[in-house]
Each structure stands twice: as structure tokens, then as C-alpha cells.
Design a binder for this molecule. Sequence first.
Ligand code: FEO
Length: 407
Amino acid sequence: MKKLKIADGIYMLTMNVEDILFEGIWEIANGVTINSYLVQGEKTAIIDGVIGWDGIPETLYQNLEEIGVDPKKIDYLVVNHMEPDHSGWIENFRKIKDDFTVICTEKAAKLVSSFYGEDGIRIVQEGDTLDLGRGKVLSFHPVPNVHWPDTMYTYERETKTLFSCDMFGAFGRMGEHCFDDELTPEEMDFFEAEGIRYYSNVMATFTPSVKKAIEKAKTLEIKVIAPGHGPVYRKNPQKIIADYARFTRYAEGAGKKEVTILWGSMYGMTAKAVAYVESILQREGVRYNKLEMPLESESEMVATVFGSAGIIIAAPTYEYKLFPPVAAALNELGRKRITGKTAFRFGSYGWSGGAEKELQEIMERNNMKWDFVESVEFEGAPKKEDLIKVEAGVLELIKKMGNKVVE
Ligand code: FEO
């Protein structure tokens, strides 16, 4: 665990968590940080306070003591969001101290009670404040449904620090550098990519609420953004606000200037056309990603499709329907409400078609509104005339996705 001073009386405690499925689902290839913050006036508050995925925060207590804070003298636990990656230590803390107050929204209070049996709760609403003394005043600003209904921002007025919890967060383990002004260009790129992974995996379903939360952040004068996951932005907090605004556009069909081939093949017939498509994309100088299903992790699949302006679905018919691993991937993208992507599908069939019909059903059922170039289906192996049609489809996709590119 690392301890970092953000300002006089404000500290960050952060640790990397790896080898877990985030939310029990998402395989996070590059880990994640869990960040806690301490604000000290005459009274002391800890914000987003779990350290350790198991909710056992002995290292947190030790680290607090090392920065001169007796854990028994913590007065307030500010729960910006009740999901246990941020609140899981409350029960444990009750064992060493029994007169602290939990500060949270009304929705979070119900969750804190039901998960931890906690009743020492002060419910806050928009604009409520907590004066900790020595100039440190916290104000509270609910931002519901990003991604749970209970969430709020906490804002420290003296230092203009926004403690944003999941908002403006990113996956990715942190090395020595935890502040934006310390990150190398490579580390900056890493956290931007991990921000896309985080947003697409965790937040995308709630894009309309994220947009409102971005607008609320803009009403506050912000010098520092201190999220619950990922680096602290003190040099340019507007960068992560702009990134999140861009991510909301990715959820609605925009993307980077690249194509993602979401594909699967039973006996290599569709795969032959995929190889041909790669040669076309290379010839045209278009950056592309390949996701072979079911071999890719769900986290990687969602993040990669989410970030791309053009999607190629290459999948055969299987038992009168779309090849199941690709159908499952599309259903997951639908659940995440990733809408409006520009797409093209091709695939092989044997004795019967059916893939195309299921593709349309998935699109309609999930209200995905993807904009498709006309699909190409071929019987068995792709013949020369089939590949000519596939090439035409790819070229049309490249042209069409041009007006969706946002980088
Ligand atoms: Fe970082 Fe929604 O928990």
C-alpha cells in the first residue's frame, strides 16, 4: 500500500488488487487500484475506505498510524458509493471503534444497513456540508446511477478536490506514479486504455446518468480529481472529464479510427474470409483488432468493441442460428447498451442459414440500432465471388465509419 500527500491534511492510500474477477465477472488483465482518502481538520473523515479485496483492512490501520492518524480517532466514514470495493471494511472498523458516523445518500443508507447492519448513519442531500474544522469543509453532491443508484461526489472546498469514487476511475495497477503530472506518456496511454476498459465494463449501461454526472462536475470549481480507482488528476483534471465525455460517445456509436473483427469459426470456412479481410484492412492502412470468440475474455471483448468505430462480425450459422459465442458476445454488448456502431457481418452456412435472422433479433431485442452494411453469406467455403462481396462490404464499412471517428 502507498501513502501519498495530496495537500495539507489530505492523503491518499492506495493499493493494487490483482487476480480477481471485478464484480465477480470482469477479468481485469492489468489489475486495479482501490483508493482511499483521508481528510483531516479538527475532525477526521475517511472517504471510500476499503483497502483489501477481502475487506480486512489491517494494512489500512497500520498505514494510517504511519501518517500520524489513530484509526480510533476517525470520526466520519464518507461512503460515496456502497459497493463493497469501497465500503467493505465498515464491519471490521466497527470492531475497533463504535462511535463513528457514516455519511452517505439515502439510497446508500439502505444498502449500508442491509449489507452491514449499520445504523450510525447521517443521510446527506445535494449541497449539504460537513465542517471538519481547520478550513476543511466537505460538501456532498449525489450523482445517481453511475453505476449504482446510491452514488455521490464529495468535494473539499479549501483545496477544490473532487472525490469522485467510480466516476473518472480506471482499471490498471499503479506503479510508482500515482498523479497525472508524474505519468509518462506510455503510462498516460495505459490509463486511458484502462479507463476505456473500466467505463465499458462497469459504466456503459448507465451512460445517460454518467452524462449528468459530468455536467454536475462542471458546476464545481475543480483543482484535483481523486477517484476511487486509478490516478489522481491534479495537473489537468479537465483531461479525465473530457475522456469520460468521449467515452459516453463511444457507448453511443462513436469510436477510435479502428475496426474490430468479432469472429468465430467452426471448421475454418468463415476464418478463410477473416484472413482475406485482414489483407484488405492492411492494404487500406486501417488499424484493426481481432477477437476470436469464445477465446477472448468478456472484459477485453466489451472494451475493444466499445472503443472501435467499425465492427466486423464474422460468424457462421450454427444449428439454424448465429454461432453461439458470437451471439453471446453481442447479447452482452446489448446489455451494456453499446448502441449505434457501424457494422458489417459475413459468415458461412452449411445446409441452412439462420445466423442473420438471429443477429437481427439480438439487435432489435436490445434496441442496439447498429448501422449495418449489407451482410454476405456463403455456402461452405468462401469462393472468389464471395470474397469480392466481402471486400466490397469492408470498403463500405470503412467509408461509413469515417463520420463516427472520435479520438
Ligand atoms: Fe468501485 Fe462501483 O465500485
